[in-house]
Write a protein that binds this ligand. Structure first.
Ligand code: SAH
Length: 364
């Protein structure tokens, strides 16, 4: 068992079971032993791969998206370009390079990276050394500079902890992590049922609630309403609130037991976009989507971009752009196009952003 696993066991042995939410928080964000704190989890060598790591096209299209949104915001100068959970800094690096074709935008922006992991912040620093942009780091959105903003959050919401409630004999009980008879970590249920959840559901149904996600939506929505701008969230999840246990743990590109080695494997939950949208709307912000990542990237012109890159690539690399394109927008098994969704939260003065406009997507 991992060092963090031993620490969590000791914690439970002395103070009793912890909630799934607390477990997830410790597994990902324990200051020394949390999963993101001291590793680079991305890519073929790591545990999982994300859209910006699959292809430069992803960050480039998002950079051009941001330039268009900036134009529709009335070209504020300065404009804050903020990224939540930037991973290796790849998305931002590709976005800034693409944004050079709109020099006024490039000149107006300053970049803030919101990152809790010192290891990843260091990797981001290296990735962005030659970007030529002014970049600052902080640990929470609340510390980012004020003013009109364009915000990216790619695979960020799925890393925020969720509470889980399980239906048993007509009552909802919070799911916990406890020690079993062998002293191993095991799922359990709180003794006392929740008095305030009345939804009818089948025996064993699981309800997930991300308090951290709702807090973020309130904070971000309020900021955008007051100071202007738009935020783009891309993540895997569902557009309608429903029941189901979506807690999943991934290590070396395989699903593993979420309780096996806390701190050594990624641990995420699907994003309940409908729930996030409700909280954002409660602040007075507009919400667009969620729409499928595949439809979003097509509307931004990924087909044309992939062809242009292939034409300029040496022959032995010409295929890679089309393969990446298909992985990003395809809607079949192992492809991201339908599994991942894009949603925008924006100030009401910002018109529907590219990809979310109510006319049919541009044809390639
Ligand atoms: N956006 C990147 C990385 C996604 S992984 C990509 O798509 O490749 C999640 C990222 O969020 C990591 O950088 C992780 O360190 C960061 N993170 C997780 N929880 C966070 C929190 N509460 N505050 C700030 N950053 C967080």
């Amino acid at each position: 068992m991992s060092a963090l696993g031993d620490e969590i066991k000791a914690m439970i042995a002395s103070d009793g079971p912890i909630t799934v939410e607390r477990y997830m928080e410790l597994a990902l964000a324990h200051p020394e032993l949390g999963y993101y704190m001291n590793r680079d989890p991305f890519g073929a060598e790591g545990d999982f791969t994300t859209a910006p790591e699959i292809s430069q096209m992803y960050g480039e299209l998002l950079g051009l998206w941001a330039a268009e949104v900036w134009g529709s915001m009335g070209r504020p100068n300065p404009v804050r370009l903020i990224e939540l959970g930037p991973g290796r800094g790849t998305l931002m690096s590709d976005a800034l390079r693409a944004a050079r074709i709109v020099p006024e935008f490039r000149a107006a922006l300053d970049v803030t990276l919101v990152e809790t992991s010192p290891t990843l912040a260091n990797i981001q620093y290296e990735s962005l050394l030659t970007s030529g942009a002014s970049i600052a780091w902080c640990a929470s959105l609340g510390e980012a500079p004020e003013g009109p903003a364009i915000i990216f959050a790619n695979e960020f919401l799925d890393a925020l902890p969720v509470r889980q409630f399980v239906q048993r004999a007509g009552r909802w009980r919070e799911r916990t992590v406890r020690l079993n008879d062998l002293g191993q970590l095991a799922f359990g249920l709180a003794n006392d049922p929740e008095p305030y959840i009345k939804a009818e559901a089948e025996e064993g149904a699981v309800l997930e609630i991300s308090a951290a996600g709702h807090r973020l939506m309130f904070e971000l929505g309020a900021r955008l309403v007051k100071q202007g701008g738009a935020a783009l969230f891309v993540d895997y999840g569902h557009g309608v609130t429903g029941f189901g246990d979506t807690l999943q743990s991934v290590r070396a590109h395989r699903m593993v037991d979420p309780l096996a080695d806390p701190g050594e494997a990624d641990l995420t939950a699907h994003v309940d976009f409908a729930a996030m949208a409700r909280s954002a709307q409660a602040t007075g912000a507009a919400v667009y989507g969620p729409i499928d990542q595949g439809d979003f990237l097509r509307a931004l012109g990924i087909d044309v971009r992939a062809r242009a890159l292939a034409e300029r690539a040496p022959p032995d690399r010409a295929d890679e752009f089309d393969l990446a394109r298909r992985r990003l927008i395809g809607k079949g098994e192992g492809e991201m196009g339908a599994l991942f969704k894009a949603m925008v939260v924006a100030n009401r003065a910002v018109p529907p952003p590219p990809g979310f406009q109510p006319y049919p997507a541009r044809q390639a």
